[in-house]
Ligand binder design. Sequence first.
Ligand code: PMP
Length: 395
Amino acid sequence: MKRIYLDNASSTPVSALAQKAVTETSKKFHGNPSGIHKEGRSARAVLEAARASVAESVSARHDEIVFTSGATEANNLAISGVVRACGIAKPRIIVSAIEHASVIEIARTFESAGMQVDYLHVDSRGLIDTKELRKLITRETALVSIMYANNEIGTIEPIADIAKEIRHARKMNGSSYPYFHTDAAQAGNYLDINVLRIGVDLMTLSSAKTYGPRGIGALFVKRGVNLLSQMYGGEHEGGRRPGTEAVALVCGFAEALHEAQKMSAKEGKRVQKLRDALAIKIIKKVSSASVNGSLEHSLPNILNISFEGVESEALVLYLDAVGVAVSGKSSCKSYEGGPSHVILAIGKVGESGQAGSIRFSLGRGTKSKDITHVANEVTRLTLFLRESQVQSDAV
Ligand code: PMP
């Protein structure tokens, strides 16, 4: 049975070009890039060429790219690095209510330690309100962290408008704070990640979501931004992230990001057509099914649907058994019970108490015939699960 993989927001397959870059670099360049011998110097040269390529993909300068183990580490570094370096006596931060766990959990940790954290509300589409943001910024706000695109419902936040709002606040405060960080882990395949155009100070990138190797990501840190390393060790990555660089992974990531940005417009249009077709088919065929968020303000590849009275995990497992991979919520939280904080934040919990939300995330491998098949299976299985529920309630 051929599998249909609709969990690309969790992780994408590795592209052939990225895989080739990883394999060839690991074979040819084994030296430690900090070594001053020939092997070290050659490894350094390929590492820096890859850094320049990642920088070019986002219109940054090469020294503004800090490689990390992935988006989780980049988000942690952005928040803890800015808070600890800012020099504000009682720093505050602002995050949106629908951030990924790697932002929410560090924010909560700082909050437990006594720091003021302001959580921005989102509307039913998952969008923040820049007017609420304006009200929340104070002279003590060191950082605003708002994701570019949400990983569960796909909502694209108005990043350029938020950046404008923050620049305005800085001017009014006569301060270089707050900085603006965005988690762009989900944005690399389909959105404009040119840091000059969108106007961010820090931006998280992920390789595993952009058809690159796992275990590598980056944080864009604008020149002049004060950031303290969260780990102790050597002077790697401009003193911002110690540890011997993963040269081969960096090369694969650079290749993947370049490829993703090149394909972005065309591939975005293609998956959006398929995603919209899937939404229409499911909504037409399955009663009490509704889209979470909005298809208008969202990534072209993400569709999140609530099925009233259906348990999300059960549907994920039944779909898996018939060859379809989807997820119930962010895979980082998929073993926790209850609806996700994102579904709760947009005010969408089913009347029966079961949100039953499923995320379908399409990718380069998704074909038109997959859509028809998945819609049919979802229809059949939701009916089956609802009937089983009725029968077990009757016993
Ligand atoms: N941010 C977002 C928006 C994500 O979707 C993810 C992955 N689910 C992460 C951060 C964390 O990425 P990683 O697990 O690769 O560190």
